[in-house]
Ligand binder design. Structure first.
Ligand code: FAD
Length: 300
């Protein structure tokens, strides 16, 4: 790695105290009453950690449009935490997407995580934009900026987006999103910190100055996370599989290993000067609470 201080990284002299950390938490909109109870239970446990924001994902093709807006509005009104609504442009015209953005604005939502979305035919298939739609996330960011003064986050991929033919095109795309008006990038999950640190260096060399916040996936279920990682192009190192091997029927040891793995990941990143973290909570609080403690963040 180079010694240069990359976006989102802070250099520190020996003995100097750590700068304040910024945490954000990602949730998905629940589908059932039980799931909604779990959502609020977890949110209320994590809220005292004073996250910078809590974000709620958006189903492909707008399938969670109402639920995402309802959860985001309720998070703001009931907890006072800044809430961010995800938004994708897959399968929708510009007018339809703009209407959702205006709906967010009218509901007082100030933060958007702007994404293209996966191809309607499935991850790995060719992406066909709607004939009257935004063709990619950079166009979406520009469209959102035309409608309101939102805080905008975009996605970044420490192992390259699966559709990017090479690194130059991948980093160019990130740069276009930032140049179109995004305030930060949040990364896809990764398990090898060197992938992330190399990516940040590449982006910095290409002129990206916005923070690139690591997206941390605590492993609530190795099987589920490994499946999901493979589908979205994140690799699962063999050492990680080895650590969880044989723990399918031993949830207690699985949870302890998951906490140890994630703690190792975040402390190593803090040692590299990283001060912002985005946690994929899967609507669960326990592991994220433990990690916040490891990072020195207590409920206030
Ligand atoms: P883009 O930035 O548009 O890039 C997609 C690909 O197209 C890249 O390979 C890029 O290089 C290429 N590309 C873009 N523009 C051009 C161009 N002009 N010429 C050539 N190539 C180009 N999905 C959901 O459905 N809902 C969510 O809520 C959601 N939240 C997410 C949150 C985070 C933090 C992350 C990392 C991902 C999330 N996703 C979500 C997944 C995301 O939608 C997919 O990864 C999707 O495949 C790409 O979205 P993007 O915004 O990165 O697309």
């Amino acid at each position: 790695m180079t010694d240069a201080v990359a976006p989102g990284r802070v250099s520190r002299l020996p003995g100097e105290s750590r700068p304040a950390l910024q945490l954000s938490f990602e949730f998905f909109p629940p589908k059932t009453d039980d799931a909604e109870d779990r959502f609020w239970g977890s949110l209320h446990r994590l809220a005292p950690l004073s996250p910078r924001f809590v974000s709620v994902t958006y189903g492909a093709g707008g399938s969670t449009r109402e639920r995402t807006l309802r959860m985001v509005s309720k998070i703001s009104s009931e907890t006072g935490i800044n809430a961010a609504a995800h938004l994708t442009c897959v399968g929708a015209s510009r007018d339809e997407v703009d209407e959702v953005v205006r709906g967010y604005k009218a509901a007082g939502v100030k933060r958007i995580v702007a994404l293209r979305g996966d191809p309607a035919a499935g991850v790995g298939q060719k992406f066909e934009p709607h004939p009257d739609g935004y063709a990619n996330a950079a166009e979406l960011v520009a469209g959102i900026r035309r409608i309101g003064d939102f805080d905008i986050s975009v996605a970044a991929y420490p192992e390259k987006h699966p559709e990017s033919p090479d690194w130059d095109q991948d980093i160019d795309n990130l740069k276009r999103k930032i140049d179109a008006g995004a305030d930060r990038a949040i990364t896809q999950m990764f398990f090898d910190n060197d992938d992330y640190l190399r990516f940040v260096d590449r982006a910095q060399k290409a002129g990206v100055t916005a923070p690139i916040v690591p997206g941390i996936q605590p492993i609530h279920s190795f099987k589920q996370v490994a499946n999901f990682a493979t589908r979205c192009g994140a690799s699962v190192p063999s050492w990680l599989g080895d650590r969880f091997e044989g723990l399918e029927d031993d949830p207690e040891t699985h949870a302890l290993v998951a906490a140890a793995v994630a703690a190792e990941q975040v402390t190593e990143l803090v040692d590299q000067g990283i001060t912002e973290f985005h946690f994929y909570t899967m609507n669960r609080a326990k592991l994220v609470l433990a990690l916040a403690r490891v990072l020195g963040r207590r409920a206030v």
